[in-house]
Design a protein around this ligand. Structure first.
Ligand code: FMN
Length: 171
């Protein structure tokens, strides 16, 4: 089985054009189950997932990330971090919420890829407007929008990545 995860990681890319084909609920459930298995600091699991499927609600989410391409996604998961539930390191108070949310989000993205879906991490959105829209309490931060859908084009673009020699040191 060695290579399965590598091939998923190679296949996942930032998809910015989707078909209108809806994503079935059982596929969304599977993707969420993979995210549920993500590790987190002290196993606090400070995450929640808002699954946006209704077209009117997608329209409202588009208002907080106003890009033409985003409009093509049939659904989107808003990954939220709860700063009251996350681990704050004793020594310096560092909040590990961002790290936990990043792991869970990439679990979502890889699971989506496995299901033949495309996704795209989006952090450059109006988080305050999003929190208002979803009526989130103050300590819950919408951290990532993850649009999901079937890619409009089948080609996986070439991955531009640093080489292992550039990023790894062996001691
Ligand atoms: C933390 C994070 C934030 C990102 N925010 C955005 C964003 O706001 N808008 C966008 O179009 N892409 C966003 N991306 C996608 C990156 O541009 C993309 O993952 C990167 O260029 C690598 O390309 P690939 O995902 O196709 O391999 C984000 C990715 C990450 C990991």
């Amino acid at each position: 089985m060695k290579g399965t995860l590598l091939s998923l990681a190679q296949k996942r890319y930032a998809v910015r054009n989707y078909t209108s084909q809806p994503v079935p609920d059982d596929v969304l459930q599977y993707i969420l189950e993979v995210a549920r298995m993500a590790p987190s600091a002290v196993n606090y699991q400070p995450w929640s997932f808002v699954v946006v499927r209704q077209p009117e609600m997608m329209q409202r989410i588009h208002e907080v990330y106003h890009r033409e391409w985003f409009n093509t996604a049939p659904c989107c998961i808003v990954v939220c971090g709860n700063h009251n539930e996350s681990w704050h390191r004793g020594a310096d108070g560092k909040d590990h919420c961002d790290i936990d949310i990043a792991i869970a989000t990439e679990h979502l993205a890889l699971a989506a890829t496995e299901c033949g879906l495309g996704s795209c991490w989006v952090c450059n959105f109006d988080t305050e407007a999003c929190a208002r829209l979803l009526q989130l309490p103050e300590h819950v931060e919408p951290m990532v929008l993850l649009p999901l859908g079937y890619p409009a084009t089948p080609d996986v673009p070439e991955k531009k990545r640093k080489t292992i020699d550039e990023i790894a040191v062996w001691r």
